[in-house]
Design a protein around this ligand. Structure first.
Ligand code: COA
Length: 167
């Protein structure tokens, strides 16, 4: 059994979240999670496949994650950063419960890292949550994500240990 550390982080004020500003060559698009979602959205399978390339989860298959995300009750909004060839290079998502939002699915293609994609995609998810009425957001931060969440006003509220078990 392996264990890895992370943070539970909270942002108490979504009003100061900047507008997403993706690098040249990427466009922000909504992801079509279920058929009722926006017609011109990026297919969920493309976004999940890109997330899998960015952060190979090992134990969770693309098909299982697609099924899970489709099964969530109404509400989660997913976003993709798409390049000129239509390839997904970054993802993010948020889910809102009353005034609380949860941010997840933040991933950047390894070839596009350190250009502000992760920050912009997280900002897009937060602004969407704020539009849905959220005033506060939380997320589970991995090590590489921690600095960018700090820049967006998140503070750590708990240490987390993630376990994985095979067999
Ligand atoms: C975490 C992750 C999403 C960050 O994505 P990213 O697109 O590289 O994020 P950003 O570019 O916004 O920020 C990353 C770094 O690049 C720097 N950066 C941003 N724009 C830059 C630019 N134009 N030039 C140079 N550096 C830049 C940022 O300052 C930041 O530096 P720091 O970490 O030393 O503070 C990405 O590493 C990833 O997908 N990791 C695997 C999955 C994962 O852990 N997801 C997070 C789950 S909580």
């Amino acid at each position: 059994m392996d264990a890895e550390g992370g943070h539970g982080d909270v942002c108490h004020d979504l009003r100061s979240v900047p507008e997403p500003s993706l690098p040249s060559g990427l466009a922000l698009r909504p992801v079509c999670r279920v058929p009722e979602d926006v017609r011109d959205g990026v297919p969920l399978t493309d976004a999940v496949a890109a997330a899998g390339r960015a952060a190979p989860a090992g134990e969770v298959s693309t098909a299982a994650l697609v099924t899970y995300l489709r099964s969530l009750p109404e509400g989660p909004r997913l976003f993709a950063a798409v390049d000129d060839d239509g390839m997904v290079r970054g993802t993010s998502g948020s889910r809102t419960f009353c005034s609380e939002a949860f941010v997840f699915f933040v991933n950047t293609d390894p070839g596009w890292r350190r250009r502000g994609v992760g920050l912009s995609m997280t900002a897009a998810a937060l602004r969407s949550a704020a539009e849905s009425g959220a005033t506060r957001a939380s997320l589970d931060a991995s090590g590489p994500g921690i600095p960018l969440y700090r820049r967006l006003g998140f503070t750590a509220v708990a240490q987390m240990t993630q376990f994985s078990r095979s067999g």
